[in-house]
Design a protein around this ligand. Structure first.
Ligand code: NAD
Length: 468
């Protein structure tokens, strides 16, 4: 049989993954027409405008280079599904809020609705690709839904193609991925579908970086990769507490440990804790999977990674309070950074939110600045999307247009996100406008501690004790 030629791609879900991933496919494959669809009209309008709905370095150029040529954004989900030969499903798979497995299991409602739509609308055979991060064996459920709702003569091959991009470096990651992982059933039809998707990526990804595995291995690999990355952060953060108590320095310890080629230097930066929409969700998913497979010890092992992260955020907030002589009531605290990491406007599960809530519970006055997060988003986060009344918080939280404005007269400056611009601030001038003693809490280990101390600041960092 002749290899399947992919001519039209539809991506369901125009979010942090679907948008950049399929924009890069369009940029790298001018012979393929790519349509990214979403039910959220405001999001699609933004993708079609000069102000894209997400901030990622390099994304503007990629989108604007291909949009209107072979890249389209639309709310017409049915049309894009019907016309495509290959469909990425890149919808959100959040943690379940209620019911069985609440707080742990993945909520697959969006994925199942999208799958059902594919079956109902398709009048020809399709390759359906799981791009969303899903529990192991989700493709089984998708296949059942597709087969139960499909029209006669339509055949669906399901592939798993998890996304490993990191927000903040998404475009660089997509242009030169460490690996592209494709999982398929080991049937002729599954292998043919796999070959078709491989031929898309082969337009720019070297062959040796395209890995093909079984469907279930691919699904589990994504959860495993995130769990292991988060575990590294929790490990280094656990060590940071020991450093603070002993006078060791976590930067030095991480440097020494990372020089072992079996460990490697990446992802060993101590911090206020990990955030983002994926790490916690995916580990909890693994915990749920382990429990449902009657593996309680395995579940406990992975759960500890999340617990350590919660502890680190809490420990940092307490350290601020302790250092400010055990009371922050009425004190002005400047928070620099709200996004969960630099170079993104994404605030999902950002440690800054937990830290702010801690300060607010003690009635501090927060002034916050982040170069990419809007005031609207900060208020959505603080009120948990409207479920907590904003009025009582209003006198205690204000959003500033610059770091200098946030820091003016602050009794403490707390770095929550490692934005490069915080390194370049005129710290001398900021010091002049601070009451004494002037405290900087570096939750990201990013500032030049000695320089700040020379200016006059008392600097408190993660993983560095006072016993220097
Ligand atoms: P997102 O919330 O930013 O985007 C998902 C989009 O899907 C939303 O805009 C939503 O409106 C749309 N959607 C939901 N149901 C739909 C339907 N039936 N039809 C059309 N549109 C629909 O989510 P995201 O961050 O892009 O993540 C998507 C998936 O990728 C998740 O499973 C996530 O775990 C995974 N992932 C995320 C990242 C990341 O860094 N954000 C990285 C790797 C994998």
């Amino acid at each position: 049989m002749a290899p399947i030629q992919v001519k039209k791609i539809c991506c369901i879900g125009a979010g942090y993954v679907g948008g950049p991933t399929c924009a890069v496919i369009a940029a790298k494959c001018p012979h393929i027409e790519v349509t990214i669809v979403d039910l959220n009209k405001a999001r699609i309008d933004a993708w079609n405008s000069d102000h894209l709905p997400i901030y990622e370095p390099g994304l503007d150029e990629v989108v604007k280079g291909a949009r209107g040529k072979n890249l389209f954004f639309s709310t017409d989900v049915d049309k894009a599904i019907a016309e495509a030969d290959l469909i990425f499903v890149s919808v959100n798979t959040p943690t379940k809020k209620s019911g069985i497995g609440a707080g742990f299991a993945a909520d697959l409602n969006y994925l199942q609705l999208a799958t059902r739509r594919i079956a109902e609308v398709s009048t020809s055979s399709k390759i359906v690709v799981e791009k969303s991060t899903v529990p192991c064996r989700t493709a089984d459920a998708m296949r059942t839904i597709l087969e139960a709702n499909s029209k006669e003569g339509c055949k669906f091959d399901i592939l798993s193609n998890p996304e490993f991009l990191a927000e903040g470096t998404a475009i660089a990651d997509l242009f030169a991925p460490d690996r592209v992982l494709i999982g398929s059933l080991q049937t002729q039809s599954g292998l043919d579908a796999c070959q078709a998707l491989m031929s898309v990526y082969a337009n720019w990804v070297p062959k040796e970086r395209i890995l093909t595995v079984g469907l279930w291995s691919s699904e589990l690999s994504k959860l495993a990769a995130n769990a292991m990355l988060a575990q590294r952060i929790s490990s280094v953060n656990a060590l940071s507490a020991i450093c603070e108590a002993t006078g060791a320095s976590i930067d030095e310890v991480a440097y020494a440990v990372g020089r072992d080629s079996r460990v490697g230097p990446k992802f060993l930066k101590a911090s206020v804790g990990f955030g983002g929409s994926c790490f916690q969700k995916d580990i909890l998913n693994l915990v749920y999977l382990s429990e449902s497979l009657h593996l309680p010890e395995v579940a406990r092992y992975w759960r500890a990674v999340v617990e350590m992260n919660e502890h680190q955020k809490d420990r940092f907030a307490r350290k601020v309070v302790d250092t400010l002589f055990n009371t922050i009531t009425g004190k002005k605290i400047a928070m620099l950074g709200w996004a969960f990491k630099k170079d993104t406007g994404d605030t999902r599960e950002s440690p800054a939110i937990s830290i702010a809530n801690h300060f607010l519970s003690e009635k501090a006055r927060i002034t916050c600045y982040d170069p990419q997060v809007t005031s609207e988003q900060m208020w959505l986060d603080l009120t948990d999307y409207g479920s907590i009344p904003a009025e009582p918080i209003k006198p205690h939280f204000s959003v500033c247009q610059s770091a200098e404005e946030a820091c003016a007269n602050a009794e403490a400056i707390v770095i929550c996100t490692e934005w490069d611009e915080f390194k370049e601030l005129n710290w001398e001038k900021i010091y002049e406008n601070c009451p004494r003693p002037a405290f900087v809490f570096d939750g990201r280990l990013m500032l030049d501690r000695k320089r700040l101390q020379k200016i006059g600041f008392t600097v408190v960092t993660i993983g560095t004790g006072d016993r220097l």
